[in-house]
Design a protein around this ligand. Structure first.
Ligand code: 1YM
Length: 638
């Protein structure tokens, strides 16, 4: 190959390449989903994916991701180093081809399949196309190779040798293009860190270092020899496991790798997460189905054979055997098919049987070999089943109408007159007194008010039937009208904005968290589809003479103070109750002036863990979270 630093001359092929990259710049959304911060993050994931592929092929075990003060990203691995020879089809170096030809990745190498894969798996050329500049450094065969692109992927000069080395590996450095990412060029520290940690959990033995020079502390290092087994321990760390080990199984069939790790805790909610090729399959799919089927089957068999479940007793249901179960299912598939609304449901039908047999056989063996853990697990499922049957009987006896059938609206609800859900809003208001102000201050045309008394039930700590007996919760279900859980029917939802309005103090934050937990667990669709909001009452009123301003943040307070000059009168609002109905309307409820924060489930898994932490028995992490996040969060991801 040629190592000469020839300057770049453009040919007909080059023009085609530039047109390809131009297409990416014209429609970035098609390649990275959007040009919001989420799309920006994709740039990192595309490059990291290539390093992960190299690691999964067995050639690398260390990846470093660095974000410097100017949001320049560097990704480095200790793999073989990207190929540097001249590529047959393009006549350019392979490095140049990888970074300028769309989907070039697949056309190389041949054998090893790519197991990782970002949402779109579009590769390095897309990152190049969307960067102000991008540099590639390869350590290979004793030499250091270097190439730089500018202005959306234009080669500055050919790949050249810039030194010697005794290492091997690849390094990519880039600056996202501000003309593409017009919203923000700043990567979210927490999102990047959490995802890198997740990737480390999902790929045992790969060390991932994260250095964020914008953040203090700046260095994080993740290496999990136990992989998803450690992941389950991590998720369960704020819960109380009821048997000592995490049960871990792995296997491979037809080139499809399967790993499952589970552990039961003393709670009631299942926490089951599934992945295909390191992507969180939020909507489940065939791997999850295979897992559920064999879990139910094996536990029933064991319960019967051990005599815990009598011959004439009803079989344990899926929900019984999943009560309090934390589980991770991770498959690696050479040709995954994704379905569902958000394309996060695994569709490959052969996977069902493979997961079911790999997991089933090994779970069965585990239960045989660990009779004391087996007994604890079976007993828990049997108790869950009895509780379920008892609740059902009680319901039948009292002939109480189910939550769904309740026809009359709750008495405390001050409904709006509009019957058009699209226009209607409901405020869930902490406390009767604030509820009273809200009722008087509202626009009754389209705003309904439901006051909630003090404590909302902590749904993490109660079985479903207890939850449906809770008055506050029943009121909400009836008011919303859409049902809940799997049977939710959004077309029956009576309000398209459900607005949580609590005091701007720690108690308010707590009640808000309880409500969000409730929504997340029982009305997840409402969160996913963006119907849940948080009202933002002001923190201060600043007045001078006949001028009045409301400040929603400390920063705003400072600005208003300066604008109004000396001798202002500042009132701090501790609770909603301190505002009269007009003030509440002006500051918090009037659609023309209020600020609402939309609640999103960016990362359901992270959310679950935050809830567990907030709801768990450990006080310290909860206190820290609440003090750090209580009031001023702008984009609240539950
Ligand atoms: C910081 C990003 O891209 N590492 C990386 C990429 C490749 C290889 C090794 C590699 C792959 C193969 C053979 C092969 C890539 N190769 C290609 C292509 N890190 C990073 N490390 N030799 C080296 O798959 O056979 C694309 S990426 F297309 F050339 F195979």
């Amino acid at each position: 190959m040629s190592n000469l630093p020839v300057s770049h001359s453009y040919t007909a092929d080059d023009i085609q390449v530039l047109e390809g990259l131009e297409a990416v710049r014209k429609r970035p959304g098609m390649y990275i989903g959007s040009t919001s911060q989420r799309g920006l993050h994709h740039l990192i994931w595309e490059i990291v994916d290539n390093s992960i592929d190299e690691a999964l092929a067995g050639h690398a075990d260390h990846i470093t991701v660095r974000i410097d003060k100017d949001n320049i990203v560097t990704v480095e691995d200790n793999g073989r180093g990207m190929p540097v020879g001249i590529h047959e089809k393009t006549g350019k170096s392979s490095v140049e081809t990888i970074f300028t030809v769309l989907h070039a990745g697949g056309k190389f190498g041949g054998g090893a399949y790519k197991v990782s894969g970002g949402l779109h798996g579009v590769g390095a050329s897309v990152v190049n196309a969307l960067s102000r500049w991008l540099e590639v450094t390869v350590h290979l065969n004793g030499k250091v190779y270097f190439m730089r692109f500018e202005d959306g992927g234009k080669a500055v000069e050919d790949l050249k040798v810039i030194g010697t080395t005794d290492r091997h590996g690849s390094l990519v450095r880039f600056m996202a293009d501000d003309r593409v990412f017009t919203e923000t060029l700043s990567y979210d520290h927490g999102t990047i860190k959490d995802r890198l940690q997740q990737i480390a959990f999902l790929n045992k033995g790969i060390k991932i270092d994260f250095v964020d020079e914008r953040h203090e502390p700046s260095e994080f290092s993740y290496l999990y020899k136990g992989g998803i087994k450690e992941y389950v321990s991590f998720i369960n760390k704020n819960k109380s496991p009821i048997h000592p080990d995490v049960i871990y199984v792995e296997g491979e069939e037809d080139n499809i790798q399967v790993e499952v790790a589970i552990q039961y805790n003393d709670g009631y909610m299942p926490n089951i997460y599934s992945f295909c090729n390191n992507i969180n399959t939020h909507e489940g799919g065939t791997h999850e189905e295979g897992f559920r089927l064999s879990l139910t089957r094996i536990i029933n068999n064991y319960a019967k054979e051990s005599g815990v479940l009598k011959k004439d007793e009803e079989a344990l249901q899926g929900e019984d055997v999943r009560e309090g179960l934390t589980g991770i299912i991770s498959v690696k598939h050479p040709d995954p098919q994704y379905e569902g609304q958000t394309k996060t449901k695994l569709g490959n039908s052969e996977v069902r049987k493979i997961v079911s047999s790999v997991f089933g056989e090994q779970l069965e063996r585990y239960l045989m070999e660990n009779p004391s853990a087996a007994k604890i697990i079976i007993d828990k499922a049997v108790i869950a089943s009895k509780a379920r049957l008892a609740a059902k009987k009680a319901r039948e006896l009292t002939r109480r109408k189910s939550v769904l059938e309740v026809s009359s609206l709750p008495g405390k609800l001050a409904d709006c007159s509009s019957r058009d859900p699209y226009l209607s809003e409901i405020y869930l208001v902490e406390g009767d007194s604030a509820g009273g102000s809200a009722k008087m201050g509202r626009n009754r045309e389209f705003q309904a008010i439901l006051p909630l008394r003090g404590k909302v039930l902590n749904v993490e700590k109660a079985r479903a039937h207890r939850i449906f007996e809770n008055l506050e919760i029943r009121s909400m279900f009836t008011a919303f009208g859409c049902g809940f859980g799997e049977e939710i029917d959004i077309s029956k939802l009576r309000y398209h904005k459900i607005i949580i309005m609590t005091d701007a103090d720690v108690d308010g934050a707590h009640i808000r968290t309880l409500l969000l937990t409730f929504f997340y667990r029982y009305l997840k669709k409402l969160v996913e589809e963006g119907y849940i909001y948080i009202a933002q009452p002001p923190l201060y009123k600043i007045s001078k003479g006949n001028q009045e301003r409301y400040a929603y943040t400390e920063a705003e307070l400072d600005i208003f103070r300066q604008e109004l000059g000396e001798k202002t009168n500042i009132q701090r609002y501790k609770g909603l109750g301190e505002m009269n109905p007009e003030q509440l309307w002006d500051t918090t409820m009037d659609p023309e002036h209020r600020t609402l924060m939309k609640v999103t489930v960016e990362n359901a898994m992270e959310a679950d863990m935050v809830f567990d932490m907030l709801m768990g028995d450990e006080v310290e992490p909860r206190r820290n979270f609440i003090t750090e996040n209580a009031i001023y969060v702008k984009n609240l991801d539950i």
